[in-house]
Design a protein around this ligand. Sequence first.
Ligand code: ZN
Ligand code: ZN
Length: 241
Amino acid sequence: MKQITEAIYFIPGQDDMIPDSHVYLVGRPDSKDMTLVDAGLMGKGTYKVESIRKTGVQLADIKRVIMTHTHLDHIGCLGEILRAIPDAELWVHKAEADLLEQGDERAVYGMDMFQSMCQAQYGIRPGAFMFQVHRRLEGGETLDLGGTAWEVFHIPGHSAGSIGLYNRQDKILIPGDTVYADYAIGRFDLYGASGAQLRDSLMRLANLEVNFLLPGHNRMMEAVPPGYILETAKQWEPYLK
Ligand SMILES: [Zn+2]
Ligand SMILES: [Zn+2]
C-alpha cells in the first residue's frame, strides 16, 4: 500500500495464476466520502480490506466502488469486499451494467474457455457475478469523489464498458486495462473488445496531460513523459484494426 497523493492510496494487486487488479482508494480522508476503484481477483477480498484498514480510512466511509470494467480480475472479489462494506454503491459504465444485473457473465470471463476453467479451478458457481448497479456511468460526466474532481472517459476497446478516470488538477489518469507502463496496452480479443475502438480510445487519452498513470496492473508511472500515450498508441497502431 502506498499513498500517491493526499487523496489517493494505491493497493497493489497480489497476482496468482490469474492477475489481481490494483485497487485505488480515492478521496480526501476527512471528507468521509471515499471511493474504491476496482476490487480484484477472487479470494483477494480479505487482503484488500486489510490494506484499506492500514490506510486508516474507516470502512464505513467508503461510499462506492467504481469499476473501470467488469473483467474477473477486477470484479472477482467485489462480493467479498461488499460484505465488509454492505452500504457501498456500485457504479459501472452502462455498457456493462445490464450484463451484471442480469447475471450475464460474458463480459466477466471474456471467453467461454476461461469461464469453464475458472469455475472449475476456483469452484465458482455460474451466476456468481450478479450485482445491482446503483449508477450507470456514461462518459463525459465529472464526479466529485471525496472533494476531488474526476472526469469519466468512456474508452471501449479492451472491453465495451471500459472507463478511465481523470483528475485534471493533478493530471492523474486511472485507465483500467486500456494502457499500462512500458508501452503496453490491454488485450483486445475478449468479449466486447475491439482493436479499432481501443486505438480511438488511446488517441483520446493521448490528448490528456498525464503526470501519474495508475493502471490496473503492473507498475504505476509517476512523472509520465509528455506524449507517452500517443507513442504507445503509435507503436500498437498496426495491430489495432
Ligand atoms: Zn481487463
Ligand atoms: Zn485486468
